[in-house]
Design a protein around this ligand. Sequence first.
Ligand SMILES: NC(=O)c1ccc[n+]([C@@H]2O[C@H](COP(=O)([O-])OP(=O)(O)OC[C@H]3O[C@@H](n4cnc5c(N)ncnc54)[C@H](OP(=O)(O)O)[C@@H]3O)[C@@H](O)[C@H]2O)c1
Length: 322
Amino acid sequence: MLRLTDLPRPEPGPGQVRVRLTARPINPSDLLFVQGSYGREARFTPRPDGGTRESGWAVAGFEGAGTVDTLGPGTRGPAPGTRVAVSATGTWQEHICVPGTSVIPVEHGVSTEAVCQLTVNPFTAHLLVRDLALEPGATLLLTAGASAVSRMVIHLASGRGVRCLPVVRHREQAHALTRLGARPLTAGSAGALTEAVRDTVECGQVDAVLDAVGGALGDAALRSLRPAGRFVSYGMLSGRPLSVRPDDLVFRQVSVCGFWLPARMERLDEKELGVLTGEVQEAVARGLPGLEVAERYDLADFRTALERTGRPGRAGKVLLTG
Ligand SMILES: NC(=O)c1ccc[n+]([C@@H]2O[C@H](COP(=O)([O-])OP(=O)(O)OC[C@H]3O[C@@H](n4cnc5c(N)ncnc54)[C@H](OP(=O)(O)O)[C@@H]3O)[C@@H](O)[C@H]2O)c1
């Protein structure tokens, strides 16, 4: 259960900075975390008077934007006043204390609305495209094709000559994706998806799939792969399992794997992380598609913000401000 509460302002420990946050997106991972279904459990702070684990509190939110307002003992920087993107658990609050090394200083030209979305989806999209390493002319099917991640992937992959086929449930979402260079497929069901792929791709099969949905739609996307094609599961928007047939793995040599940003980031060394962060910052500064904002609500109005996030056909993120 989510509720709004007043807590004392936290003091930064050694090596930490305190950031005054002003914007945070509501991402699907935040909702999984609140529901207790995310890959990482909430760490509850017990109430001073004791009580059960659930009577304490944990703060939601995995990213945000703000300004450093004070440094902890021995912290070298970034200096107070620096605008930063924050990647940490608990950004749905006004102040957060995090290690000075885990905030990303940002240029003044980049809007706070873009900065608050910098650390999750742009990193995910860059790594998904890099890891797939598709050749020009290859076909890539994307479920949840109008999502922020999909729009970023389409921009990056189309730039490498990959033919992107995003699957959307609402016809209105297709126009914006066409402008990004994709060939959207409007399909609200697994059957419609299979038919749309057959009608759109010459051989009726695609080279790779990025699936954020699972369930029957994910299954249909998996079945649309060519022999030795690659399927990457990186989301669970339907809340339904995928069914993988041994025939696909054995006879058709399809490969299926999962992608999770925190685990993937752990496999980057310091130099690789520095280069990737630079690429992401530059892409965001240049106006990476997928950072559009649909609506903004004050933290105190989080219930309306969550309700608006769940509306189908949304054309951008809902932000929590203030
Ligand atoms: N694995 C990782 O490390 C990682 C990192 C970042 C993001 N992700 C995942 O990437 C996905 C997209 O995230 P995002 O922030 O880009 O999302 P987003 O911008 O909030 O958009 C969500 C999209 O999902 C679609 N959708 C929701 N439920 C669906 C369903 N049951 N069937 C088909 N489409 C559905 C919505 O379409 P409608 O408009 O039709 O409702 C909407 O276009 C999420 O699953 C998220 O968890 C994973």
